[in-house]
Design a protein around this ligand. Structure first.
Ligand SMILES: Nc1ncnc2c1ncn2[C@@H]1O[C@H](COP(=O)(O)OP(=O)(O)O)[C@@H](O)[C@H]1O
Ligand SMILES: [Mg+2]
Length: 445
């Protein structure tokens, strides 16, 4: 089995493309949301930090210089913020704080009320909440630096685990809806395919319902029109065939009457025999036309039982061959077909096997990939290879058959094929390696 990366079904393909699109949109949305949220969080952290720093700065700067260390010790209680006095600004392996955060920090530092002479002379800022650490230095009016080491919690992309759960739930719902919608959208394609398949088995299959969305209704209507035209075409052909056969009857009867007056006995006998044959051909044609126009409904039938019945009847009709008839296959197998038509087709094939092959072995092959097979084999002379297809032409008989007492006119195989093809099946002839002919029938199961 080859690994198929791209699925074959339209529904799966469409669903896949839509789901991929959905995933891309969701991921993009989630990323934008996360960045946005992290940005806001950073701003809030910096603002909060500024207020805390300024309160400490104010306390320290208001204290007399010799008491500043004590004040600091008093204030250094928070575990995430350490302040220390230093002659230099803070240093560290940290990148400089982004300008927008620096500005924000500075503005907020200035918000705390403090008299002008006490305001910091200079600021120094390193780090970013995203790194988890910020170093901020403020130079007091006397030149000394008050440096802070602040541990900030790195911003998180989600508020809470419920957010992620809700997000996943939303995505899953959207995915399920997509799959459902795609399946609904592609359903008419499946319906059309099924209808086309049914039409192949039965020209008289009921029309498709012409409702639903406009496009679907239009397609169904077009399909129904096409089916009606095919039906009409087949019907016209058969009607013409029957009409011709019918009109030939009168002149043949007249000819027969006239032939009676031929003096020469030999010539009269031959003429009458030819006319007799002509009459048989016309009768067979008319019978075929009658069968084809009769619209027998399709119904479930037991193919295994039908085959055994046909064999029994053939045995009754030709007692001399009754012992050489056999059936091999399951005792029951139900398929949908037109019972009388199918029986006629199978009877023709079995009759041929008996007439030309002297025996008939019928094997029923159970359904395989939607097809049942029926093999009808005999042990006669077989059929010359160049005749295997031609015997399906109307009135075509292999040289010599005409003179036998079989009485056929050469319509048995064309009729059988016609019926089987109208069922969506077929029949082909072949010669068995061990001698004898085999008619292979296939039917949709
Ligand atoms: N099982 C068979 N073995 C040998 N020849 C066959 C077999 N089935 C059919 N044929 C040949 O095919 C010809 C056409 O068959 P068919 O259409 O049934 O007409 P018919 O039986 O009336 O002659 C037959 O005349 C015969 O020559
Ligand atoms: Mg025949």
């Amino acid at each position: 089995m080859t690994l198929r990366l791209f699925p074959r079904s339209l529904a799966t393909r469409t669903a896949l493309v839509l789901l991929l699109g959905l995933a891309v949109v969701q991921i993009a949305g989630l990323t934008i949301h996360a960045f946005d949220r992290m940005d806001i969080q950073r701003l809030a952290q910096v603002r909060d930090l500024a207020v805390r720093l300024m309160l400490i700065y104010r306390n320290v700067s208001l204290a007399p210089p010799q008491q500043r260390e004590d004040v600091l010790r008093e204030l250094n209680r928070a575990h995430d913020l350490v302040a220390m006095l230093s002659p230099t600004p803070p240093t560290g392996e940290l990148p400089e704080t982004p300008p927008n955060l620096q500005r924000l920090l500075r503005v907020n530092l200035n918000l705390v009320p403090l008299s002008a002479p006490l305001r910091p002379r200079e600021f120094s800022m390193l780090g970013d909440p995203a790194w988890g650490t910020m170093l901020v230095g403020m130079q007091m009016p006397d030149g000394q630096w008050l440096n802070f080491h602040a541990e900030v919690e790195p911003p998180t992309p989600w508020h809470s685990p419920t957010f992620l759960t809700a997000f996943l739930l939303m995505t899953a719902t959207a995915a399920v809806l997509t799959i459902w919608a795609v399946r609904r959208l592609t359903a008419p394609v499946r319906t059309l395919a099924r209808a086309a398949d049914t039409l192949g088995r039965d020209v008289n299959a009921p029309p498709l319902p012409e409702d639903g969305p406009t496009e679907v209704a239009t397609a169904a209507a077009a399909f129904n029109t096409m089916a009606a035209r095919i039906r009409r075409f087949v019907q016209d052909r058969t009607e013409m065939l029957t009409a011709i056969g019918h009109d030939l009857r009168t002149p043949i009867t007249r000819l027969k009457l006239r032939a009676e007056f031929v003096e020469d006995d030999e010539l009269r006998r031959k003429m009458l025999s030819d006319l007799e044959e002509l009459e048989a051909m016309v009768s067979a044609t008319l019978a075929f036309g009658r069968d084809a126009t009769a619209t027998e409904p399709v119904s479930p039938i037991d193919l295994a039982e039908l085959l055994q019945t046909v064999l029994d009847e053939a045995g009754d009709a030709r007692p001399e061959a009754a012992d050489s008839l056999s059936y091999d296959g399951p005792p029951h197998l139900t398929i949908r077909a037109r019972p009388f038509a199918l029986k006629r087709a199978l009877a023709n094939l079995i009759a041929n096997a008996i007439s030309y092959g002297g025996s008939a072995t019928v094997r029923l092959v159970p359904p395989l990939a939607g097809t049942v097979g029926v093999a009808i084999e005999d042990s006669g002379p077989g059929i010359p290879p160049q005749e295997l297809e031609r015997v399906f032409e109307p009135f075509h008989r292999v040289e010599g058959s005409r003179n036998r007492e079989t009485g056929g006119v050469g319509l048995g195989l064309p009729i059988a094929r016609n019926i089987l093809r109208a069922h969506g099946g077929d029949v082909t002839l072949s010669n068995r390696p061990g001698g004898g002919a085999r008619a292979m029938v296939t039917l949709p199961s």
